[in-house]
Design a protein around this ligand. Structure first.
Ligand code: BG6
Length: 515
């Protein structure tokens, strides 16, 4: 351990959704410190924010895991990971300074002694680094370990800060596997940490463009008056990935695309698009409005599920010209697996604003392109004037590109230069990269900073998570209640999903937007 005291630097202020969030000094304790998430996301994120000068210099990071290891061994392991996964690469001097705040603590998740020793170590760090006795526990371990960790944290008195400091917990996904298990987990968390200190991660909420949905809607005067059933035709939300299951079959086989992506990420995006303006920008006012959207989602009956939800699974195919195996041939996947790797659905929000505006969602692995976007399709111009003869004018479409190439575009009609009145669609386009000239921070950077600042706006509240599960459970139950296995349509890797997903829109005279 370095004995030198960190120097207090002036804290650069960061713009938050509502106000400037200034992270408190604290110790971040990561459970599952040698796992994939820590290597790929958490440490690179902490390093990047340190490199941006936004981390409090008193910050300490403690990795908690089973294997014996020295601080230096742990740091070397993390350096390699950060070199690979940090968006800004590693600069030696910066890394050395960051690494001097990182420590390793060996302990078994189920052994009280490890937590007792952790408590002592944290107290030393509080003094040495002047963390103010604040602790942020990050549950990056397997979900079946959450209960054990939380119980032990409480038993060791670590669910409270030291000397008047705070203690918060970040819970990684998956947050349960259905409503019953999510409720159970909520009750377990609640025994150790009150709701205001519980931060349930949905990393899509940390993505720059997802945050910008609120700004687009509520900091501009021109969109909100058009944002309802009078002017909107329909909405599409697509989250496409070229990646397959990538060695995560152990988890994915039991989850499938609906639980893995729709219950959390896609419903969160939908909430941001569909919510009413909040009364203010506090975390709870925003989350109050989001939860109303999920509560207004029309619950699907078994018959609705048959008609409005399509399940697919990729078979052998090619991505960017390279052959890839089908899902059932991936490691640890059953040869007759019924797990869906693609879902498309038609949803309805039963409230005044959204009545008769269908929401089409699709999510899938091994699609031809990676990209997440929301498109808002406006009603057509009336069949008069330019639209009189053929009713062929296109809809205006506002596209919010969540990733990659974050930005917003508006498709509208324009006259082609020349002597006739030829009309063609053109695009007004805003790109984050070119307008602001700097890369967006990674979602985990923003979310870690928010948790250190005590801002829960971009974290899912208990009722949001439970309502989302209630919605998704109805679909899962309909699938389970089929006497035979529910229909699972095959699509070749590298295609846009099964034809049935296209039929879902074609029935309504619509088609998916091409990404
Ligand atoms: C995770 C899912 O939550 O999100 C993965 O478990 C998915 O299956 C990932 O690949 C997508 O996130 P991103 O940020 O890469 O689009």
């Amino acid at each position: 351990m370095s004995q030198s005291e960190p120097q207090r630097q002036p804290n650069p202020l960061r713009e938050g959704i509502a106000t400037r969030n200034i992270p408190d000094a604290c110790t971040v304790v990561i459970f599952g410190a040698t796992g994939d998430l820590t290597h790929r996301k958490l440490i690179p994120a902490l390093y990047n924010i340190a490199a941006d000068g936004e981390l409090p210099p008193e910050l300490a990071v403690v990795g908690f895991a089973r294997r014996p290891k020295s601080d230096d061994e742990f740091r070397a392991e993390l350096q390699e990971a950060a070199g690979k996964y940090s968006r800004r690469g590693i600069r030696d001097e910066l890394w050395r300074s960051f690494a001097s705040s990182v420590f390793y603590h060996q302990g078994e998740f189920a052994d009280a002694d490890g937590y007792k020793r952790l408590g002592e170590r944290l107290k030393q760090l509080d003094e040495m680094r002047r963390t103010g006795g604040n602790r942020l526990f990050y549950l990056a371990a397997a979900p079946d370990q959450f209960e054990t960790i939380l119980q032990h944290l409480k038993a060791a008195g670590l669910n409270k800060g030291n000397n008047g400091g705070w203690a918060r917990v970040i819970v990684e996904k998956p947050f349960g596997t259905d409503l019953a298990s999510a409720r159970k987990l909520n009750r377990i968390v609640e025994k150790a940490f009150p709701e205001q200190d519980t931060y349930r991660i949905d990393h899509f909420l940390g993505k720059e463009t997802a945050q910008n949905i609120l700004v687009l809607r509520f900091a501009n005067a021109i969109f909100e008056p058009l944002w309802d059933t009078r002017y909107l035709d329909h909405v599409q939300i697509t989250a496409a990935e070229t990646l397959g299951v990538e060695g995560r079959a152990g988890y994915y086989e039991g989850a499938g695309a609906l639980r893995d992506m729709v219950q959390n990420h896609l419903l969160q995006l939908l909430c941001l698009v569909a919510m009413e303006p909040p009364t203010d920008l506090s975390a709870d006012s925003i989350r109050d409005e989001k939860v109303k959207v999920v509560r207004s989602l029309r619950r699907l009956s078994r018959e609705d599920v048959d008609v409005d939800v399509v399940r697919g699974q990729y078979s052998e195919g090619a991505i960017a010209g390279k052959p890839v195996p089908g899902y059932r041939r991936e490691a640890n996947v059953k040869p007759d697996s019924q797990t869906e790797t693609f879902v498309a659905a038609r949803l309805h929000i039963d409230n005044w604003r959204w009545a008769d505006v269908p929401i089409y969602m699709r999510v899938g692995k091994r699609l031809p392109k990676s990209g997440t976007e929301i498109s808002i399709h406006f009603k057509k111009a009336p069949p008069v004037l330019f639209n009189k003869e053929s009713d062929a004018l296109d809809h205006n479409v506002l596209v919010i590109r969540i990733q990659p190439d974050e930005g917003i575009s508006l498709r509208m009609q324009a006259k082609v230069p020349g002597t006739s009145f030829r009309i063609e669609p053109v695009k007004m386009d805003f790109h984050y990269g070119t307008s602001f000239g700097k890369a967006s921070p990674e979602a985990y950077e923003r979310l870690l900073l928010d948790a250190m600042s005590g801002d829960a706006t971009l974290f899912a509240r208990r009722d949001e998570v439970e309502q989302a599960w209630a919605f998704v459970d109805a679909i899962e139950e309909a699938w389970k209640s089929d006497k035979e296995a529910p229909a699972l349509f095959e699509y070749p890797a590298g295609s846009w999903g099964p034809d049935e997903a296209d039929d879902l829109l074609a029935r309504d005279g619509r088609s998916w937007r091409r990404l």
